[in-house]
Design a binder for this molecule. Structure first.
Ligand code: C5P
Length: 221
């Protein structure tokens, strides 16, 4: 049975690196029957593909290379993943130290953001076509640029020590403070708390507590 258009919900979850966007978004998707999209993985996937071709962020043929890439969606359960030229890269390939170090440099380039804008907006159609009750999309500019018209917009924050500890627990080499600095300073779609978004501090809360709090906020909206 199709989801009536009026009940289809879009939830935007933004915030810096390692604030708990992915775990919170996945939990919301489970609880509310939504499709989950991690746009950080989109930037990582493009970065991995460009690095494979030895393309640097400032290279003049970057735009042409991006234009030649076929972007499609592969669904795995509730999770929609970006495929480039028919391939979804392994998690280990998009979370390597090389990709961690380069992704924010590529993400600051307007040609890269333009290559993803239509694709990311189109994820709402993918969710509708696959009969999800809505879409939860996480990133840096979801509530500000991709879906400023989202039904609910959240901005997650956490203290530095908690965030570093989370990354270390995942066994990743990742300079989250450097990435945040680049993401906040860039001209194109900088990392900001969108006007009207609800701030949620995940530092002192468990995943279960954050999820319950966000669900309560959605219900009382
Ligand atoms: O979410 P994650 O930490 O995997 O994102 C990796 C990088 O992708 C971010 O540091 C940022 O540079 C970029 N990004 C972005 N806009 C988004 C999502 C991610 O610029 N919506």
């Amino acid at each position: 049975m199709s989801v009536p258009p009026s009940s289809f919900k879009i939830i935007a979850v933004d915030g810096g690196a390692a604030v708990g966007k992915s775990s919170t978004s996945k939990a919301l998707a489970e609880r509310l029957g939504l499709m989950h999209v991690d746009t950080g993985a989109h930037y990582r996937t493009l970065t991995a593909a460009l690095l494979k071709e030895a393309i640097e962020p400032e290279q003049p043929n970057l735009q042409a290379r991006l234009a030649s890439m076929v972007l499609e969606t592969e669904l795995k359960g509730r999770s929609a993943r970006l495929s480039v030229n028919g391939e979804v890269p392994a998690e280990s390939a998009i979370r390597s130290p090389e990709v961690n170090a380069a992704v924010s440099k590529f993400a600051a380039i307007s040609a890269v953001r333009k290559a993803l804008f239509k694709y990311q907006r189109g994820q709402a159609d993918v969710a509708r076509q696959n009969d999800f009750a809505g879409l939860v999309m996480e990133g840096r500019d979801i509530g500000s640029i991709i879906f400023p018209d989202a039904d609910y917009r959240f901005f997650l924050v956490a203290d530095e020590a908690t965030r570093s500890a989370r990354r270390a627990k995942e066994g990743q080499i990742d300079s989250i403070a450097d990435r945040d600095k680049l993401d906040k300073a860039r001209k194109n779609a900088p990392l900001i708390c969108p006007e009207g978004a609800t701030k949620v501090d995940t530092g002192p809360r468990s995943l279960k507590e954050v999820t319950e709090l966000v669900l309560e906020l959605i219900e009382s909206h």
